[in-house]
Design a protein around this ligand. Structure first.
Ligand code: ME8
Length: 679
């Protein structure tokens, strides 16, 4: 456990518009990382807030017919409420129109002046209001468009103060060399380095043609450039810049010994990785430890914008799914640092597959069923029972998951952390399938049943801790059902799971509501209607919805089969990386048998190069006799979330196709090593 102070920030968002899921993505990621640090017992502080000055905001106020201050005041609550609804728990919320900020932005200005880095000149060039940024003629897109926002730029000619950024080229490059992890991901760091190595021009840091900003201390007819004003928020919220000893928060969280992480979108990396460090060097202040630029979220493959009608605010999604589900989805869908797509279909599919069928099912079948019905609802005492190889697999998987999750969150890889947690969920579910506690109960094998129950309950305890940074409410719910108190992190106490067997025997469990209640088709449709994603606008939605609900099934559903008909092939090309997300493997079917009481399902054990064959359920018994399949090679979707049917869990899907005449499982033409990737 580290006692190093941990300070993590989001960008402060412009208040020209209401928050959407892009802002939510950044804020949730930051909150997850802050919660993880708190869980580890670190003194941690998270900051978010609002960027309320500048031309963009001033014009948005004018459009609404409001004075800028009245307008920004009206916009603060929607942001604060959005973060509260999303269970983000910042320690502070800064607004740049607050006096505490204004004073400190002016203090920073004075420091730059004292360092001799500010001079008066005249700026002539192009300004983009949408990015609040100057551009050279060369940088513009044809038609005088801002290369970032693609919006028109304006010609500006006015008196302006300049910051001697050109003097910092070498110092910045030296800093980058000495701090190889300063900007993440590495590819973006390389872009920053080559931008700086190309030589920097002095930066215009004041404006005289409008008034909505912080006055320059020595020249009240100038207002500070909105980015210089805005970047200072990271310090002003701590009471700095100031002399050591006068602001305890600043000393603690902006001292040389603090770990300072700015989480930003890739769109604003240059401001954070070039201008901000140069200002800090000039002011003689410590630099942040790292700047993490995450990727861009599109919606159904398109850029989010009001004109396209795909601007998604977080609240309706929170109302429909709950905060934790949206938090989980956002963190699971995008590899941090890479672009990714938001789609309602994927949200439904992940909800049903990974949450309801994965984690929710594990909790439900153990607490509400096995333990409640056979063990009087009490955690059994298994201290005298030696673990078998089956328990050892689970314990090792728990330890590996806790280790990997911690490492990945420390390395700011929330998606990979969730991968590690869900690998463990799959191991635990598989353990339940293999050990079949229902059968043990029937046989009256109470010792073995107790051992299986304890192993799963303890797994759930570990999971309740690992999911806490992502899903704090669901963690509380899980713990309440396990008979445990909610986690309450405190500096100095590392709560991360470390030792197996800490769930006390005799604890009274308390089965409750399903962690993730399954939605039937009608409920899904109702949610879609509520979210405004049904109807003429997206006619093919219903087909997709059916497909998504069935995605985790082991066979092509009727709807997916239909999709292959005629011209119903999905329009819209996917990226190669998207295709690579589907892990297709060659598998050798070792055995096939009908599933009892099912007239559709076959239970297949398939070798895909793993230590143990996979159990896959396929709805093909009408088309194939078991003996036609055993020994043959097929293609398996290996990274599909597990799905439970008829009390058995399917860990993959066998590719097959059908038309009106025939149903055909795809076979491998020549024998090939099981586990070989298909692409
Ligand atoms: O740039 N995908 O504010 P802003 C992912 N005020 N993240 C997104 C996103 C999307 N589609 N859309 C927005 C500003 N974001 C300045 C910042 S900081 C000193 C000043 C997130 O309201 C992402 O973090 O335009 C991006 O960097 C930020 O919102 C931009 O917010």
């Amino acid at each position: 456990m580290s006692d190093q102070a941990y300070y993590i920030t989001t960008p402060i968002y412009y208040v020209n518009d209401r928050p959407h899921i892009g802002h939510a993505y950044t804020t949730v990621a930051t909150d997850v990382l802050a919660r993880f640090a708190r869980l580890r017992g670190r003194p941690a502080r998270m900051l978010t807030g609002l960027d309320e000055h500048g031309l963009k905001v001033e014009r948005a106020a004018q459009k609404k017919g409001l004075e800028p201050q009245a307008f920004v005041d009206s916009m603060a609550a929607p942001f604060q409420d959005a973060w509260t609804h999303l269970r983000c728990a910042p320690d502070d919320f800064i607004r740049t129109t607050e006096a505490r900020h204004r004073e400190k932005a002016q203090a920073l200005w004075r420091r730059l002046e004292e360092a001799g880095d500010v001079y008066l000149g005249e700026y002539e060039g192009w300004y983009s209001v949408s990015s609040e940024q100057f551009f050279t003629e060369k940088e513009l897109l044809p038609g005088n468009l801002d290369p970032i926002s693609k919006k028109p730029v304006e010609k500006v000619r006015e008196q302006s103060y300049f910051f001697r950024l050109s003097q910092y080229t070498d110092r910045l490059l030296a800093w980058y060399d000495a701090h190889p992890g300063f900007v993440q991901p590495q590819g973006r760091f390389n872009e920053v380095k080559s931008f700086v190595a190309g030589g920097l021009r002095d930066l215009s840091i004041s404006r005289t043609s409008f008034r909505w900003g912080i006055p320059v201390p020595s020249a009240n007819d100038h207002v500070m450039y909105v980015w210089l004003d805005a970047l200072t928020n990271y310090m002003s919220a701590l009471g700095g810049p100031t002399e050591p000893g006068s602001a305890p928060l600043f000393d603690q969280f902006w001292g040389e010994n603090a770990e300072i992480t700015h989480i930003v979108g890739k769109d604003i990396l240059r401001f954070h990785a070039v201008y901000w460090p140069a200002f800090l060097m000039s002011a003689g202040l410590p630099l942040p430890t790292r700047i993490w630029a995450h990727g861009w979220l599109t919606v159904d493959g398109e850029k989010m914008s009001k004109s396209l009608g795909n601007f998604i605010p977080p609240e309706p999604l929170v109302d429909a799914f709950g905060a934790d589900v949206l938090r989980y989805y956002l963190m699971r869908e995008l590899a941090f640092g890479q672009d990714g797509d938001f789609s309602h279909d994927n949200l439904f599919a992940r909800y049903q597959g990974e949450l309801a069928n994965g984690l929710g099912n594990l909790l439900r079948r153990m607490v509400a069923s096995i333990v409640a019905n056979n063990l009087g609802g009490t955690v059994p005492d298994v201290t005298s029972l030696p673990n078998t190889e089956e328990e050892n697999v689970v314990i090792e998987a728990a330890q590996a998951a806790a280790k990997k999750t911690a490492e990945r969150l420390t390395a700011v890889a929330p998606q990979k952390a969730l991968d590690a947690i869900w690998e463990f969920v799959a191991v635990a579910n598989r353990y339940v399938d293999r050990t079949a506690p229902w059968a043990l109960a029937k046989e009256g094998n109470t010792e073995r049943l107790a051992q299986v129950a304890y192993t799963v309950l303890e797994s759930l305890r570990w999971l309740s801790i690992m999911v806490w940074p992502f899903m704090p409410d669901k963690s509380d719910m899980m713990r309440a059902q396990l008979g445990l108190p909610a986690l309450s992190p405190a500096a100095g106490a590392d709560l991360w799971p470390a030792e197996w067997g800490q769930l006390p025997a005799g604890t009274q469990t308390a089965p409750g509501d399903a962690l993730f209640p399954r939605f039937d088709k009608k409920q899904q449709r109702d949610i879609r209607v509520k979210l405004g994603i049904d109807g003429d606008k997206r006619k093919d939605d219903r087909a997709r919805e059916n497909a998504s609900a069935d995605k985790s099934a082991a066979t092509p559903s009727k709807s997916t089969a239909k999709k292959a008909d005629g011209n119903a092939i999905e329009s819209g090309a996917i990226e190669f990386e998207d295709f690579l997300k589907v892990d297709l493997r060659v598998g050798t079917i070792q055995s096939a048998e009908p599933v009892k009481k099912s007239n559709k399902l076959l239970r297949l054990l398939i070798d895909i190069g793993e230590p143990e064959p996979r159990q896959v359920l396929a709805g093909i018994s009408k088309h194939y006799a078991p003996e036609q399949l055993a020994g043959t090679q097929v293609v398996v979707v290996a990274n599909l979330k597990p799905r439970t049917m008829m009390g058995l869990t399917s860990h993959g899907m066998v590719l097959a196709g059908s038309d009106e005449q025939a149903f055909s499982v795809l076979r491998v033409e020549k024998p090939i090593k099981p586990g070989t990737r298909v692409s």
